[in-house]
Design a protein around this ligand. Sequence first.
Ligand code: ATP
Ligand code: MG
Length: 651
Amino acid sequence: MTNTTSQDRQHGEEQTFEPSAEFAAQANATAALYDEAAADRLGFWAEQARELISWDTDFTDTLDWSDPPFARWFVGGKLNVAYNCVDRHVEAGHGDRVAIHFEGEPGDTRTITYADLQREVSRAANALAALGVVQGDRVAIYLPMIPEAVISMLACARLGAAHSVVFGGFSSDALRSRILDVQAKVVITADGGYRRGKPSALKPAVDEALAGGDTPVEKVLVVERTGEDVAFDAERDLHWAEALAAQPDTHEYESFDSENPLFVLYTSGTTGKPKGILHTSGGYITQNAFAMRTVFDIKPETDVFWCTADVGWVTGHSYVAYGPLAAGATQVMYEGTPDTPHRGRWWEIVAKHGVTILYAAPTAIRTAMKWGDEIPAEHDLSSLRLLGSVGEPINPEAWMWYRRVIGGDRCPIVDTWWQTETGAHMIAPLPGVIATKPGSSQRALPGISVAVVDDTGEPVERNVAGYLVITEPWPAMLRGIYGDPERFKDTYWSRFENMYFAGDGARYDDDGDIWFLGRVDDVMNVSGHRLSTAEIESALVSHEAVAEAAVVGAQDETSGQAVVAFVILRGGEEQTEGTVEELRAHVGREIGPIAKPKRVHIVEELPKTRSGKIMRRLLKDVADNRLVGDATTLADSSVMDVISASVAGEK
Ligand code: ATP
Ligand code: MG
């Protein structure tokens, strides 16, 4: 990639927000962490591992990188990840501390202390062991956002078996292909969960996935959540409650090698077929405990942490299941959608539990912005002290709204860049240390080495678009694509020598801060100019009439590619005759004439993955008049029909 027009565009870049003296004074992170890590990167990680994690056998080497790209971290070390997330907090006298405040969508609640969690995880581990699950096995988890999801994950970790969580909204086909890919022995599911005010069944999809009996699955554990009637196979299926009740509530854990597999998780499928990403134990839990301490500034005695992600995504693995519990923190877990039964549900939960740290995705923030300021204004959000964003580039406009309306102009925002593959936060401002900047993830965390490089792998100049790479191995890095070492090498390690290729476009600004420009696959080439989807989308969202925007490059005879925009208007905005022209002109003013969309389609919805990311490749199919491609990880598959019809109607 060469020059973009981004240097013409200083959207929000002049503005930075210094942390308040009050926040800085109490922050866990210090500027010295950067220097320490730079002076001795491996020594730094060894120290974090020993300080944050309890090892049953100390490691002898910090990193074995003798066979790249296959890394081994904390070599020779032995630990139990579930012990680190549960038992050690009870042993330290915090058994009465709440681990999980659960909010069911219909309004039911549960309060689970660390002592409760220890008993539940022990029973679940005993139950799985009784079904024959041993170290090295794989267990598929297909559950709604209920505490049993976290309990199941920890029970697997306790036994040294790897889990593979499949998002509860996925179809039986998606579940089946993942069960086969990891060769799961047991499936843990529920009769159903609650979604948009109604029970939504899960068990039938498991039955369908296993029909034919040609999978390695021997047993299915079924949690009763909705109480709806579901088919039961007397040979194969067991009730979770009965299976657990039959077991003692203590369990003697074993310690496992630092590199023992912890889980396999499939990527979101935003850019293509999902990849089964393998993570192991010691490095993953160390880097996430570090992120909790420094990026989320966690104070386990006083904070109430809430990550809104589903456990079906990596964000739910690292910042619902493992990170907060490794830190011994109290967290909120919510089952349902943000607008059930009303659009203030999230803010009501923040007020009810006095949430102090909130971690959400830009798509949710833009949606809340679209619904209007008056909704959060009805709730007391004064407990919040830190906000986080993850999943997509956050537009400066949405960032500013989040800061002002949700954070009361007082909370630092950490825009965390990372991937399923990276396992933990990689690029984010350290709160209390770095002055934050709307729309930028800013800089690599201490102990993490990244660069933005050109086609030849050389670092780019400031304000020039390039590729984000990771230049040194990191503790929570993926250990491979499950069962496919060649695809692992091809996908991440073949584009540049000795560097991990993330697939995201990025640039440095004048201060050397990193801005994400969108997926490398999505970069547009208009008359020889490289344009970034993220920047044009941000320009559109900065217009007062626009709530959300997605931009793609469509084939064009004259310019090679033409910019085509799909735009959702804000609540209360009506499309008039001049709207499209006005939006085109606005992009022209914000970025430059070359970036002006050739076409702007006003739509009601955008196609999003279940994890809330815009699937631009499907919009590109529409813009190119092609048959719409694989949409199996789409949240709502009818969205594409509506968009296709509305675009066809304009012609
Ligand atoms: P697939 O790899 O199957 O296409 P995916 O990349 O969407 O799916 P994830 O691992 O869930 O799967 O998402 C990681 C990607 O999300 C990153 O590569 C990046 O594009 C985007 N992302 C995450 N956080 C941020 C952020 N803070 N700023 C910008 N982009 C982000
Ligand atoms: Mg990806």
